[in-house]
Design a protein around this ligand. Structure first.
Ligand SMILES: *Cc1c(COP(=O)(O)O)cnc(C)c1O
Length: 428
């Protein structure tokens, strides 16, 4: 157990010893109203790498100079632009290159994957998900069920926290899977819950799902670039994520999807097809009859939006350089420090405040984010720290979500945040 201290000197010393400290300079930290922000919303929109502009400009130049010829003549030919991202994103999610592709947006990919992996029958038609899933996921699941002429109330099983609790017991998920048994067609859960920050044991859930014959997929919006993922090893059937949260690849940036290699050559899988998923060798013969490419690429519909992909590549090159293991090591320590400071503040100022961290205490069950319940304090506190330059996220009725991101946040950021919090409660 590391002994943390609540002091600026301690935080600065931690920064000096941090092997990743130089990466902060490779991002633009927003300055708002003349104050350099303490940016803790990398779980919502990651910051811009200073290199992004150059990657996009390169493609604008190629377009200017080559026109349509850029599809084959650009330095990174647009025809196969997505391929430049494949190996890098595969490392981020623990996949083989054949299992991943960067394409579309997240909710679109969830739908496309569910078209393939949610194939209900008269007896096996249920979907298991977490209660209070991200709204887009709820709508996606409901509409998939209706698309098959079924009733969401009967088909969707939601597993939530027990009464009076904030986190979901894993044994409750496993019990619900076993209880659904042969009626369970698919499990689709957010790998890290966006609200509580709870990280689920995806390997165990996948095994349990497969044991009853269900397909298992995950929404990794809050997991990709944040926590250790081993999608191939865990045997997950499918997954999708966005690139604009921890992956810093521009607002609304392009998404990625994973399909396990065991499905890579299964041409009989039902899918919504488009020309970019068709066999690359014969794509331009423009002949009728869809012949899917092997692997995840066959879920592509359209040619790649190259400018957005360029922003994603700029960011993935940084991830490739740092490596997920180094990133995760710092992330664990940074979030632990934040947790320490919040507890320390609660202990010192118990008469003025009561902060309850609802995110799991065990670093193996969480990523960067801590969700803090403000007992007896409302939005006033949040507004006060915002004025001091803290960019955090407010969720009704009284939760602040804070995500120190190891690539660009410092220990000093975390310490200064606790100072702002202390000032705000003293004046609340
Ligand atoms: C951020 C997020 C989304 C957003 O979906 P888009 O299609 O990218 O708008 C979906 N699901 C989860 C769990 C998220 O956290």
């Amino acid at each position: 157990m590391v002994a943390y201290k609540s002091s600026l000197e301690f935080a600065k010393e931690k920064d000096l010893k941090d092997p990743l400290r130089s990466y902060r300079d490779r991002f633009y930290i927003p300055v708002i109203n003349g104050i350099e922000t303490i940016y803790f919303t990398g779980n919502s929109l990651g910051l811009q790498p200073t290199s992004t502009k150059g990657y996009i400009e390169e493609e604008l130049e190629a377009w200017k100079n080559w026109g349509v010829e850029g599809h084959f003549e650009a330095k990174r030919p647009w025809f196969s632009y997505h391929e430049f991202l494949t190996e890098k994103i595969a490392k981020v999610v623990g996949a083989k290159p054949i299992e991943v592709v960067v394409t579309h947006s997240l909710t679109t990919n969830l739908h496309l994957l569910m078209v393939s992996f949610y194939q209900p029958t008269a007896t096996r038609y249920k979907i298991l998900c977490e209660k209070k899933a991200f709204p887009s996921d709820q709508y996606a699941l409901e509409s998939q069920v209706k698309f098959h002429g079924l009733d969401p109330k009967e088909a969707i099983i939601e597993v939530g926290p027990r009464a009076g609790e904030h986190l979901i017991h894993e044994e409750d998920i496993l019990a619900a899977i076993a209880e659904a048994g042969d009626s369970l067609a698919m499990i689709m859960i957010g790998g890290v819950n966006y609200y509580s920050g709870q990280l689920f044991d995806m390997e165990t859930i996948t095994k349990a799902g497969h044991a009853v014959g269900a397909k298992v997929g995950f929404d990794l919006a809050h997991a990709a670039g944040n926590v250790k993922l081993e999608l191939n090893k865990w045997g997950v059937d499918f997954a999708a994520w966005c690139s604009y949260k921890y992956l810093n690849s521009s607002p609304g940036g392009v998404s990625g999807l994973f399909v396990h290699e065991r499905h890579a050559h299964d041409k009989s899988l039902i899918r919504f097809a488009g020309w970019w998923g068709h066999d690359k060798e014969t794509r331009f013969l423009m002949e009728p009859g869809f012949n899917p490419m092997p692997g995840a690429e066959s879920w592509q519909l359209s040619n790649a939006p190259v400018l957005g992909m360029a922003a994603h590549l700029a960011s993935l090159d940084i991830f490739d350089e740092v490596g997920m293991d180094a990133l995760i090591a710092k992330r664990i320590d940074l979030t632990n420090y934040l947790e320490f400071l919040i507890h320390d503040l609660s202990a010192r100022k118990g008469d003025l405040c009561s902060f309850e961290i609802i995110t799991p205490k065990d670093p193996k069950q969480r990523g960067a984010q801590l969700s803090i319940l403000l007992h007896g304090m409302g939005k006033g506190l949040f507004d006060a720290i915002t004025k001091m330059g803290v960019i955090a996220d407010w969720r009704e009725p009284n939760v602040i979500r804070i995500a120190p991101v190891p690539l660009y946040n410092s220990y000093e950021d975390v310490y200064r945040f606790s100072e702002c919090l202390e000032k705000a409660i003293s004046h609340d």
